[in-house]
Structures are given as structure tokens and as C-alpha cells.
Design a protein. Structure first.
Ligand code: SF4
Length: 361
């Protein structure tokens, strides 16, 4: 084994932070089993044998989006045949229908950047959902959407977040980080929040007491250096605020996107090594999520052996990844998630959106 890899193994065993060069060395390793072995050591020390899931529902208010990122199969123009918009009443009715399940605890709300809707519409949706379903946690709006709300309302980022908190937003999802590199964003998503804006919005949210998630969309045009720099930018911000709850690896799904003919779907090999390396680099993140919607349940289950300790939720009606041809289910039952976690030798734990334990199963 190379000296650097030997040194990494010792550092992981002793719980010592890895450097950028060591992160890059991990991406150069072709020893997937060894990466999983190291990630398991870190996972066990940081989060033990509990694997978390929650009972949630996704609401995507519209797919009409003015950003039209090249990697996105969900966003479309208003006159596209696939375009849809949801009224406040429709969102309420979907939420109330799902809330008939007494276990439902979270609504995950993300949408396209609609060119005509005012910020007040989103506030109204959040206010109404909170008024009708006060016991349901509203995890709503990525940093990209918050950035857009500031643009269309003329408010500052802080004012936008404060208004959403007053309306009933409880936490923020982690999407829109993609790769925090100006080079990548200029090529793939030049119309939405920049890397520094995404980080600044997460920082502001954390300072205002709002927890958020972090993510990385990998497997498109980014380099391994950019993956590691992305992880380090998140690690630095987490050192500063402690406001990230979990980190989610999103493999890029090229189907139905502008990049479909140029880029292949990531391999399971890459999915697992990226999961493991994320666990190893993000030593200050308690949770690493294997998002079964993007990975498929079998790969998400396998990822539990590569550093993941969270398998997301029951989800109910996922639209964004399925627009890009994902062949996972659109929702899973609680029993299916519990079974998958147990088969991996871990302890299933139902959690709420802030990672409080509801039940150890
Ligand atoms: S990734 Fe988000 S911002 Fe970009 S086109 Fe899709 S919906 Fe719009």
C-alpha cells in the first residue's frame, strides 16, 4: 500500500481529519472494499449502528423553471407539454391526503423557479400548510430557491428567510449545491445561485436557527479535485455553523437532459466510493444519506456498508429524479425501509426531520 494510503488508514482509525491531498488519494484508490472498510470505521464512530428514515411526502409546486440547468430533466418552459403548476389548494389537498397517515411527519417542498409567481405565493402556500397541518414539519426551499425569492421580491436573503420562518418553514433541504465550483456552474447552471451564494444562504439560514441539508450532484463534468473541494467547502461551513443535518450524494441521471448523449450514468462503483469518501472527508457531519430514489433501494442498502447511516424516507410521489428516468419506486412503505435496513445488519430508527428519534425498531 502507498505511504499516503497507509497514513490515511491510521488517521481514520484515530479519528484525525483528512487533508485535501488525502481526499484526492482516496479517489485514486481502486480498492473499493478498503474504502468501505475505512468508511465503516468512521461511520461507526460518528453515528453508531442506527440507520435513520422518516415518513415524508414530496411536493413539487411546479416544474416550470427559468434556470433550465443542463443536468435537469425536471425543469421546463411554461409552454412545454410537460409543464404543470399547482395551486395552493392542490398542494393543501395533497398534503392533507398524505397526512391521513398518522406517521407522516414531513413535507419536502422544492420546485422550479417559476418566472411569474411572486414570492407572496410561496409564503401563502407555507402559511396555509402550517395552518392546516401544524404538526407536520415543513422542509422547504433550497438555497437556490431562496436566492431566486430574493431576486423576485427585492428583499435581502435574511429578509426572505425570516419571512419564510414567520410563515411556517421549519428547515431547508440540501439541493441546488450541485458542485460548488464556478467553472462547473457557469457551464451547467449559469442562471442560478453561484457557489458562494449557495454557501452564504446556508450560513444565513443556520445563523437564523434554520437547519439545512447539504448535497453533491456528481458524475457529470466535474473533476475529482472539484468533488473534494466541494466536500471541503461544506466541511468548513459546518465547522463554522454546525447547521447541516445530513449530507446527500446525488449521482447524476443523464436521461432526458441536455447531457444525455454525452455522459453515462455513474457506475455503482463510483456511487459507493463517493459515498465512502464523503463519509471520510465530512468528519463533522453526523449523518450521510443514501438517497434510495437516486441510487435505487439495493444500492442504497449497499451504501450502508460504505458510510451511510440514513436512507431518507418513504417519500411519496417523487417527480424530479423520475423525470430523468430513475427506475426506483416513487415511494416505499415503512416496512420495506425497515426490512432493507435490518437485512444490512443495522438498527432501523424512525426519526423526525430534525433527527430526533421517534422509535428504535
Ligand atoms: S435543477 Fe432546479 S433550478 Fe435547475 S432547471 Fe431543474 S428545477 Fe430549475
Amino acid at each position: 500500500m502507498d505511504t499516503i494510503l497507509y497514513g490515511i488508514e491510521h488517521k481514520v482509525r484515530d479519528g484525525i481529519r483528512l487533508t485535501r491531498d488525502e481526499g484526492l488519494a482516496l479517489f485514486k484508490s481502486d480498492d473499493l472494499a478498503w474504502l468501505g472498510y475505512l468508511a465503516n470505521i468512521a461511520r461507526k464512530r460518528i453515528s453508531g449502528d442506527y440507520v435513520y428514515f422518516n415518513v415524508n411526502r414530496h411536493i413539487n409546486l411546479t416544474n416550470v423553471c427559468e434556470a433550465r440547468c443542463k443536468f435537469c430533466a425536471f425543469g421546463c418552459d411554461g409552454d412545454s407539454a410537460q409543464a404543470y403548476t399547482m395551486t395552493k389548494e392542490k398542494a393543501l389537498s395533497l398534503a392533507k391526503q398524505s397526512a391521513q397517515d398518522p406517521d407522516l411527519r414531513e413535507l419536502h417542498i422544492v420546485s422550479g423557479l417559476h418566472p411569474e409567481w411572486p414570492f407572496e405565493f410561496y409564503l401563502d402556500v407555507v402559511r396555509s400548510l402550517k395552518a392546516e397541518l401544524p404538526h407536520i414539519h415543513l422542509k422547504a426551499f433550497t438555497a437556490v430557491e431562496i436566492c431566486y425569492f430574493a431576486k423576485i421580491s427585492g428583499l435581502t436573503i435574511e429578509e426572505v428567510i425570516k419571512a419564510l420562518i414567520a410563515a411556517g418553514m421549519d428547515s431547508m433541504p440540501g439541493g441546488g449545491a450541485e458542485i460548488l465550483s464556478d467553472r462547473v456552474r457557469e457551464q451547467l447552471c449559469p442562471k442560478k445561485a453561484t457557489a458562494s451564494q449557495w454557501l452564504a444562504i446556508a450560513r444565513t439560514a443556520h445563523q437564523l436557527g434554520i437547519k439545512s441539508n447539504a448535497s453533491m450532484l456528481y458524475g457529470h463534468i466535474e473533476t475529482m479535485e472539484e468533488r473534494i473541494d466541494h466536500l471541503l467547502a461544506l466541511r468548513d461551513l459546518q465547522d463554522e455553523t454546525g447547521g447541516f443535518q445530513t449530507f446527500i450524494c446525488f449521482p447524476f441521471h443523464p436521461a432526458n437532459t441536455e447531457l444525455e448523449s454525452k455522459i453515462m450514468r455513474t457506475s455503482v462503483w463510483d456511487d459507493l466510493r463517493t459515498m465512502a469518501i464523503s463519509r471520510l472527508m465530512l468528519d463533522n457531519f453526523k449523518n450521510i444519506k443514501a438517497y434510495w430514489i437516486m441510487l435505487t433501494l439495493p444500492v442504497a442498502q449497499l451504501a450502508l456498508g460504505f458510510g451511510a447511516n440514513d436512507i431518507d424516507g418513504t417519500v411519496s410521489e417523487e417527480k424530479i429524479v423520475h423525470a430523468a428516468g430513475a427506475n426506483s419506486s416513487r415511494s416505499l412503505s415503512k416496512d420495506t425501509l425497515i426490512g432493507a435496513i435490518r437485512q444490512a445488519g443495522r438498527v432501523p430508527v424512525e426519526r423526525d426531520s430534525l433527527y430526533n428519534i421517534i422509535k428504535v425498531l
